[in-house]
Design a protein around this ligand. Sequence first.
Ligand code: XUL
Ligand code: CO
Length: 447
Amino acid sequence: MADGTTQTAVTQFFPGIGPIPYEGPESDNPLAFRHYDKDRVVLGKTMEEHLRPAICFWHTFCWDGFDIFGSGTFPRAWHEGDTPAAAAAKRRAAAFEFFTKMGTPYYCFHDVDVCEASPTPDELSANLAIAVDDLERHQERTGQKLLWGTANLFSHPRYAAGGLTNPDPDVTACALRQVRDCMNATQRLGGENYVLWGGREGYDTLLNTDLKRELDQFGRFLAMIVEHKHKIGFGGTILIEPKPHEPMYHQYDFDTATVYGFLKTYGLENEVQVNIEPNHATLAGHSFAHEVATANAFGIMGSIDINCGNYQNGWDTDQFNVDTRDITLAMYELIKGGGFKTGGFNFDAKVRRQSSDLEDLFYGHVGGLDALAKALLAVEALFAHDRIATNKAERYSGWTGDLGQFLLDETTSLDAAADRVMSDGINGQHSSGRQEYLENIVARSLD
Ligand code: XUL
Ligand code: CO
């Protein structure tokens, strides 16, 4: 083919590497899994079915290592091509070789990740259509599946003031066209979710921002997107990805609780769920587990972009998360809530700019996936005698008793509640929260 799609499918971009085997905890092979044994059954499902791991296009195949102080550091064969279209075709072929060698089942992309730079809306629609044909061929060839697609409404200069919340309707119309095209593409590729990360849906200063108008716009256009999902019969889940700031000073999808309040305000709480990211939780001043527990509490737990930040400098560094204790605390909440339905763990993580070898891409994903598997095994150990659940049941047991039920009864007034103290001689006493006992149980599950 003129655009190079067929030739590049047979090129080896990672010669001499993979497929990554499972070798068990004793292995010291850096290109083998020590914990992720995809067919191992844990708590009634295979590890692969629980974790539903996905690899993203953007960090691993689009980024060349540039940062605001310096240019790219990664020499990658798939960044070169006779034409921009040929380079994009190479990028897609390299990605599917990597996914296959990792042995993971899913991938994720932004519309702009999978095709060449497209300055106008017409060019993007046309280039995306060609890319989607090629992605479909790669999926058929490799058995890879799409966890989610998303429209990039933050990189093009027109989106400096946002996409769906832009002060100029011309810009918002371009954003809506991108979302329409990308959701249709996601449906065609059998995608299981569609993500909206509001990268620039927010503000840098209130001095030039009509906050109420922008929130109403966001609500209006989210409803329009949901309506389109039903119109085309897309069976996947629409997900909003919370993040408090960066690139904007303030982003409307601040955290899971804020997103729920927004969805409730615009009547979309049964239509849209969240895609939680640990590094974004850190930026919002929350733990990873807090975000998962909050999403479960509101019934909007959708998917996870797994990564971690840097607690010292607080940036969104998108590192591979190998903190098994932190993941275990979140995994416990996730599995307690029933685990993923359409979601999965997408590695929204990148190797450091100095990690320029092809092997480094594998080390990052192998370590990240092993950490998820280890956390899943820790949750299995915790569930064996679920002392966390037993302790919680005991701690709240009063609420199933006579006084608890009386206070919760909708007909009980504040006077009646207060008078029980006098009539029953109640004098509430503190009892231990047993935090250290519980923390030790989690530590032991990781032994
Ligand atoms: C940005 C981020 C994005 C979204 C998709 O912080 O996480 O990569 O996941 O747009
Ligand atoms: Co993300």
